[in-house]
Design a protein around this ligand. Structure first.
Ligand SMILES: [Mg+2]
Length: 338
């Protein structure tokens, strides 16, 4: 079987099962691990609290294209996509390692511009750039490993419960709209293009959103990287629940409605790379959060009991929608957003 037949998530499942079957689980590190492989970050107990570690990669011509991505934005984004994973566990990011692979024909000044972007976001989010590695390659590849520290409780994908409300920060799909605008031929006003482009090449997870949610008592979260429906599905599968999304409640950005009149709902539900938090909480906790956090998250649906991972999208009249794709899968992306 080919990797492309199995898809990204099928491949992750196979690897996870192999780890489970073949690893010799000696006392020590294994016992301290708090979540199985497959959550947004690994988490384990240490003397100081709960430590987190995550890693994510950006590959030229797969995740980004230099025709619309500056080196500085590339550096910024390589860290941002890891911050949202640490936040999704309720932690604060701490130390970053950056592995860079690139052809020797690139300018030193471009590489330094990338590190300027990395340093800028590290300064904003309180991260220490602690080291890294460089290799030759045919394309530019940036892989970041980021550690974090959580308080006494973490948030996981498996803690959503029937009756919880579902909320999301930001405007789901705006990054994908930006990407479509950057590669497409639509006529887009300059000021609008700036907003959409920024959402795609310069994502900014809400500062401290993860630790703040965890401190409010939230226990279930994931970052929106693959697409709202896909990410919610991952959460519902891990939590063995279903979910209902109320389409009229989705915080669809005005520019999605302006430039994607036919597909704005589909883009909001399936467009990836927003790197904000999607989380669930009981009604009282949710009420307190939506009243106190700035910017406030938007409540978009609820967790229900039922077939694990089954998500129903409903409009104000109770009609349900069907979508061909839920979000991004690296090896099945031909069916999504192309
Ligand atoms: Mg994630």
């Amino acid at each position: 079987m080919l990797v492309s037949d199995l898809g990204e998530f099928g491949l992750i499942d196979c690897i996870t099962r192999l780890i489970d079957k073949k690893s010799i689980k000696r006392a020590g590190p294994w016992q301290d691990l708090l979540v199985p492989a497959g959550d947004d970050a690994a988490a384990w107990k240490s003397r100081n609290g709960i430590e987190l570690i995550t890693t994510d990669i950006l590959v030229e011509d797969i995740h980004f294209d230099f025709s619309y991505t500056s080196w500085q934005d590339l550096g910024w984004k390589s860290i941002a996509i890891n911050i949202s994973d640490i936040y999704a566990m309720g932690g604060r990011p701490q130390y970053a390692l950056v592995s860079l692979a690139l052809p020797g024909a690139h300018l030193v000044s471009d590489v330094l511009a990338m590190y300027e972007g990395i340093i800028k976001i590290c300064n904003k989010y309180g991260i220490v750039l602690a080291g890294g590695n460089i290799s030759a390659s045919e394309k530019v590849v940036v892989n970041v490993t980021l550690t974090g520290m959580a308080g006494k409780d973490i948030m996981t994908r498996s803690a959503a419960r029937p009756g919880d409300l579902i909320a999301v920060f930001g405007h789901p799909g705006l990054s994908t709209a930006g990407w479509k605008a950057l590669i497409g031929h639509k006529k887009i006003d300059e000021a609008d293009m700036k907003i959409m482009r920024r959402a795609h090449v310069h994502p900014a997870p809400g500062l401290d959103s993860g630790p703040r949610l965890a401190a409010c008592g939230v226990r279930a979260a994931i970052d929106t990287s693959d697409g709202l429906l896909s990410d919610l599905e991952h959460m519902c599968e891990a939590s063995r629940t279903g979910a209902v999304i109320y389409a009229q409640n989705l915080p669809v950005h005005r520019l999605l409605k302006k430039y994607f009149k036919q597909e704005f709902l589909e883009i909001a539900l399936t467009g990836g790379e927003d790197y904000q938090l999607l989380f669930t909480a009981g009604p009282e906790t949710m009420d307190a959060i939506t009243k106190t956090m700035k910017p406030a998250p938007t409540v978009i649906g609820e967790i229900i009991s039922g077939q694990p991972g089954k998500i129903t999208v409903m409009d104000a009249k109770g009609n349900t929608f069907a979508f061909n794709c839920k979000g991004w899968d690296h090896y099945q992306r031909a069916s999504c957003h192309e």
